[in-house]
Structures are given as C-alpha cells and as structure tokens.
Design a protein around this ligand. Structure first.
Ligand code: GTP
Ligand code: MG
Ligand code: ZN
Length: 299
C-alpha cells in the first residue's frame, strides 16, 4: 500500500485499515492516504466510509464517519465493545480440517450475521486434508448448517478447488473473512487477489495458528466488491447479546418461538417449550441446540 501526496485537500474514501490511532484511507480516485481520526471518532474501523481533509503541516485528518449500515463488534478482555469492521454484506466464516473446527465459534459468527442483517457463508478450507482429519461430527455439523439454509463451500488454496464459487458469492459485496488462526483466511485472500501478497504462516505441529494477521485490512476485488482479511480469534461473542437476540441468531428456532408457553422462554428449563419439543422430535439439530444452551449459560 503506497502513500501518495494529494493535490485536492479534501474528499471521501473508505478506511482500509487502522493501527492504533492511524488510518489508511482509500480515496475515490483509488489513491491511498494516511490519516488520523478526529479525537471523538475513536470507534472508527476498517470498512467505514469517511470524509477526510489534508493538512499541510501534518497527516490528513478524518473528520466525519458516514452513517454505517452495520458494524461487527466484539468485547475486549476489559469488557469494552470494539468495532472490527463496518459496512459488511457477507461474513465468510472460515474453518479448516486442521486446526480442528470450532463449531461453537461458527455458530457465534452466524448469530452476529443474523444481528447485522448480513449473509453468512461457511467456508471449509484445506479440502486436501479432509480425508486425513475430517471427523464424522464435522460432516454432521456441516449437514446441519446446510439443512437450515446456509451455504457451505469447500475450498483448497493449494489447487484452487472452490475458489471460483467463492469469488462468485463475493461479487458486488463487502465480504469479511473470519475464523480462528491458521485456517487459511489470508491464503484465501491471496488466492483471490494475488497482487495483495498478504503474509501467511505455517501452523505449528499441534495445528494451532500463529496469529499472523494482526489488523483487519480491506482490499478491492478485481470485479465489483471488497474483501476484508481479519486476525484469527480464539473465541468470539457478539456484544449486546441477551437471550432473545441469542435465540434470534438460531434461524431454525424461528418457526417455534411464538408457540412456547412463556413469551420470555429461554428454551432451556421452561415447561411446554416448543423449541425443546422440536429438538426432541428431531426437527432441530441436537448439537446446535446444545451449543445454544452453552452460549446461553455464558451470557
Ligand atoms: N493443506 C492446506 N494448507 C493450507 C491451505 N490453505 C492454507 N494453508 C496453510 O495454512 C497455514 C495458515 O494459513 P494463513 O493463511 O496464514 O491462516 P490465517 O487464517 O490467515 O491465520 P491468522 O492470520 O493467524 O488468523 C499456512 O501454512 C498455509 O499454507 C489449504 O488449502 N490446504
Ligand atoms: Mg491471516
Ligand atoms: Zn421455548
């Protein structure tokens, strides 16, 4: 990413990345400038559309964030919400057969997508390792997601399996790659945009990723749209969740929610719970329901 001087003194653009208080902004003419946000704009994030103004004595300043469509936030270890990225249309929830998939993490990103009004697509990378590492439970989890309507794409960045299908779903949207470290988010981004030359790293013997990517970075796709690569996480929970919002993140519960005996049913211990009955009758996946209960207990 190069930094260029500008003739114009102000304009609009989109935040490509943020490190500390510094921003890189892609201007409408496709040039990139370094900016600092005005102090009160502390929540500014990758993907924000902004107004910027150049400053003859220092770096340019962002003085306005345009109204956001949505924003993915997470809670920091201090319990403060932090914006990861703004204005996203599709969450690409990436797992691999090694490191082992965390299905509760996949569920939580789906909950986030439902809250944001964004699409959720499940991407299983390292298809070449399926034969060696995939477990029955993993295939069952994927069948559960497909049954309730989520798209599951199997990809392999070594031989390009599934990459065209992935490109097709990304077209015209702002997409973000999310998932644990080492699943190959940056490898996928490189496959789609070789010119970006994003740093990737080997996973350790135990299969753990090394947290190679440290900031969320936005790239222009060759055809219409954007792709954000983001740092791997160990855990994720959307902020602002309550039992109702959590249950709304499980789309297969929706047909039953109005028939529970109690309108504030948490679908846990309450009598005459339609969701639990649907689980017992095999209409709702037991694994998904159990992960819902875990998330409920962790609110
Ligand atoms: N076998 C196999 N390995 C892959 C594939 N895609 C990526 N990898 C490897 O997985 C490792 C991790 O890839 P990265 O792209 O750095 O993973 P990441 O998800 O960006 O990780 P963080 O930035 O730490 O979150 C690298 O050694 C890649 O070469 C694949 O399709 N098959
Ligand atoms: Mg990465
Ligand atoms: Zn209920």
């Amino acid at each position: 990413m190069s930094t260029e001087t500008h003739d114009v003194t102000k304009g609009t653009g989109r935040v490509i990345t943020r490190f500390g208080a510094e921003l890189l902004v892609r201007c409408d003419d496709k040039s990139t400038i370094r900016c600092a946000p005005k102090r009160k704009l502390e929540n500014i994030a990758c993907g924000d559309w902004v107004d910027w103004q150049s400053n003859p004595t220092g770096i340019a300043r962002v003085d306005k964030i345009h109204k956001r469509k949505n924003a993915i936030t997470r809670l920091t270890y201090r319990g403060k919400p932090r914006t990861i990225a703004a204005n996203v249309d599709q969450l690409l929830i990436v797992s691999a057969w090694l490191p082992e998939p965390f299905w509760d993490l996949v569920d939580r990103y789906i909950i986030a997508a439902e809250q944001l009004g964004a699409e959720a697509t499940i991407v299983i990378n390292k298809q070449d390792l399926a034969e060696q590492y995939a477990k029955q439970e993993g295939w069952r989890a994927l069948a559960d997601y497909e049954k309730i309507g989520y798209k599951v794409l199997h990809v392999n960045t070594k031989d390009s399996t599934g990459i065209d299908a992935l490109k097709e779903t990304m077209s015209g949207k702002t997409n973000i790659l999310l998932g644990r470290s080492g699943v190959g988010k940056s490898s996928i981004a490189n496959k789609i945009m070789p010119e970006a030359a994003i740093l990737t790293a080997e996973i350790s013997e135990s299969g753990e990723g090394r947290h190679t990517t440290t900031t969320a970075d936005l790239y222009d796709l060759a055809d219409d749209g954007y792709l954000i690569d983001s740092p791997g996480v160990r855990d994720y929970m959307p902020d602002n969740l309550d039992p109702i919002k959590l249950a709304n993140g499980y789309i297969e519960f929706q047909p039953y929610l109005n028939s529970c005996r109690f309108s504030n049913c948490t679908h846990n211990h309450e009598p005459q719970c339609s969701v639990r009955q649907a689980v017992e009758e095999g209409e709702i996946s037991t694994s998904r329901y159990e992960r819902y209960l875990d998330a409920l207990n962790n609110l």
